[in-house]
Design a binder for this molecule. Structure first.
Ligand code: GTP
Ligand code: SPV
Ligand code: MN
Length: 594
């Protein structure tokens, strides 16, 4: 273990010293990211019960962590963007004045690490040698956070060397505190490239490289520097001719990014030679390259994935990477000490996520937001291009959400501006990834509602600006894997079969697939998709491909009300585009009536 601070990093050393003076830890440990350091930390966490070892024969190197039962997901109502001007945070964020927020947080942090070790974690988001990557340092008193950051980021000496070279980094200060929801805040200071998080040890609240840095802070930097920081998976689709095209897709939390990023092609596709390559499953940083295309990197090095629903049928790639060197948080365990969650298989667990004897009457064995943390390199479909410092060129951008009604399986935006409207207007049912009600439809522009570090009005303008600056932009699509039939069940089989939809998109990019123009966008007919080997009900064929004009009129009106919340700051071009769609719907209705 290295406990010496690096000498030539004045800004970093000064900040660490000032944090230590505030939090008063017993020890300071500079993380080097080594295997020995990881082993020693895990040893200590096993000793104090932070981690429980899982079955070493079936799951070598795997551990279970049970969080505090009141600390199981992101807390959007306690997450703030603290800009000098309230308007810069926008109606999409909770806001607090920076001075007030610092005072509030520093009062919580004062003396909070007494008797404990303060860990200093230098990390790099993105391949260590990529110009698209950015570094940060997280200070935390949680060894569980250190172990997760080691998997999720490029953590340790190499990152420190890059910070030393570049001289700047994002500062993140975290303490688990008392895990009291009344003393829990996740604060962002984009103008100072600083994050302060107190009172939660969970996921996006505590692993500050992820949502706090790579989305909320990075989105602000991206706007300033002409790139995009998005809540998107990145997947490569290799066709039987051996060409690989990359797709970036934004779905809200727990709406299918990890699953789409590592899908297994349907049998007929596999036989023909289709392959899928996973670049990233949650976050995408992209910028125009010299050739006018958008190039994307995955800033993360691991997956912090939803466990429930992951099975040999739904996501065999995920299952294959979870039998060694993984951390499971809030799952149940079987009699022989294997991790278990709802949807995995039909074994019956003995212990639930709270450590109580499993009793189905008392709720699920795994918390609905139970997660696994695992290195991306363990994924069988891990793309060889994922480490490419140049990133991968994006052919299509996809937006999508959980919509039980109205929204078809897939449609294409007519151009970039229309695509930005489609992304800005998207909505989805809320999930267990954040605390609060589940299943409520809300607008979640570009799946960034909880993650955009600035005013959405400015964010939409930033998206629109690419229409003029990059000349070989991806086509934009919208998908919905979650449309339900009259029996309340999903109409589309989803998972591997989603490749059928991706193939149509890539063919559209090459001008090789049909579509019908509607006021809402370009819709495939069932015969435009390869549905061979699938049995879809008549209702599914009807609803998945139909454009419900009346329903869309109401939807466009509702999107209008939503966009109006952003006031005069909303780009006029976006409202004009919405008007264009409304007019097209009305013109069609008038023609039908005539
Ligand atoms: P975050 O990590 O929270 O950002 O979530 P995510 O977008 O990566 O979602 P993930 O792929 O983990 O899927 C969340 C849940 O949706 C899981 O329970 C999946 O089984 C389920 N799911 C994913 N894809 C599909 C699909 O195509 N159809 C259906 N019906 N369910 C799906
Ligand atoms: C999400 O909620 O979108 C996640 C999980 O990916 S967390 O890291 O908690 O944000
Ligand atoms: Mn996510």
């Amino acid at each position: 273990m290295s406990s010496r601070s690096p000498s030539r990093l004045t800004a970093l050393n000064d900040w660490v010293a000032s944090v230590a003076a505030l939090t008063q830890p017993e020890r300071i440990h500079w993380c080097d990211g080594s295997a020995a350091e990881d082993a020693a930390l895990k040893e200590a966490m096993l000793a104090d019960g932070t981690l429980l070892a899982l079955n070493p024969d079936t799951h070598p190197g795997c551990y279970l962590h049970r969080s505090h039962p009141g600390d199981v997901a992101r807390v959007e109502h306690l997450t703030f963007v603290c800009t000098t001007e309230r308007e810069d945070a926008g109606p999409n964020n909770h806001w607090m004045a920076p001075a007030e927020a610092h005072a509030k947080m520093d009062a919580l942090f004062a003396g909070c690490m007494k008797g404990r070790t303060m860990y200093v974690i230098p990390y790099c988001m993105g391949p260590i040698d990529s110009p698209l990557s950015r570094c940060g340092v997280e200070i935390t008193d949680s060894p569980y956070v250190v172990a997760n950051m080691r998997i999720m980021t490029r953590m340790g000496s190499a990152a420190l060397a890059r910070i030393e070279r570049e001289g700047h980094f994002v500062k993140g200060l975290h303490s688990t505190g008392e895990l009291d929801p009344e003393r829990r805040f996740i604060m962002h200071f984009p103008e100072e490239l600083t994050i302060k998080s107190y009172g939660s040890g969970y996921g996006g609240n505590a692993l500050l490289g992820k949502k706090c840095h790579a989305l909320r802070i990075a989105s602000v930097q991206a706007r300033r520097e002409g790139w995009l920081a998005e809540h998107m998976l990145i997947v490569g689709i290799e066709n039987p001719q051996g060409q690989t095209h990359y797709i970036a897709a934004a779905f809200p939390s727990a709406c299918g990014k990890t699953n789409l990023a590592m899908l297994i092609p349907p049998e007929g596709y596999r036989e023909k030679g289709w392959k899928v390559w996973t670049v990233g499953d949650d976050i995408c940083w992209m910028r125009p390259g010299a050739d006018g295309r958008l190039y994307a990197i995955n800033p993360e090095a691991g997956y912090f994935g939803v466990a429930p629903g992951t099975s040999a049928r739904s996501n065999p790639n995920a299952l294959a990477m979870l039998d060694r060197d993984a951390i499971f948080t809030n799952v149940g365990v079987t009699e022989d000490n294997q991790p278990w969650w709802e949807g995995l298989d039909d074994r019956v667990p003995v212990t639930d996520w709270k450590g109580q004897p499993y009793d189905p009457a008392k709720g699920p064995a795994a918390h609905p937001n139970a997660r696994f943390t695992v290195s991306a390199k363990q994924c069988p479909s891990y793309s060889p291009k994922a480490e490419d410092p140049r990133g991968v060129p994006i052919s299509a951008i996809v937006f999508g959400g959980r919509r039980a009604s109205l929204v078809p399986l897939v449609f294409e935006a007519r151009d970039w501006t229309h695509g930005v409207l489609v992304g800005a207007g998207m909505a989805s049912e809320t999930t267990a990834a954040a605390t609060g009600a589940v299943g409520v439809v809300r607008r979640d522009s570009m799946a960034m509602k909880p993650f955009c570090g600035y005013n959405f009005a400015d964010y939409f303008a930033h998206w629109l600006s690419f229409g003029a600056s990059a000349d070989k932009l991806p086509k934009i699509f919208h998908v919905n894997w979650f449309r339900k039939g009259s029996d309340g069940r999903f109409l589309w089989p989803g998972f591997g079969d989603n490749l059928r939809v991706l193939e149509w998109m890539l063919k559209r990019c090459e001008g090789k697939a049909g579509a019908v123009e509607t006021p809402v966008g370009l819709f495939p007919r069932p015969e435009d998709l390869d549905l061979e080997g699938l049995t879809l009900s008549e209702e599914a064929r009807q609803l998945l491909f139909a454009c419900d004009r009346e329903g869309w009129k109401a939807e466009m009106a509702s999107i209008g009300e939503y966009l109006a919340e952003f006031g005069p700051r909303l780009p006029a071009a976006l409202e004009a585009e919405r008007q264009r769609v409304v007019s097209a719907l009305e013109a069609e209705a008038a023609k039908a009536a005539a």
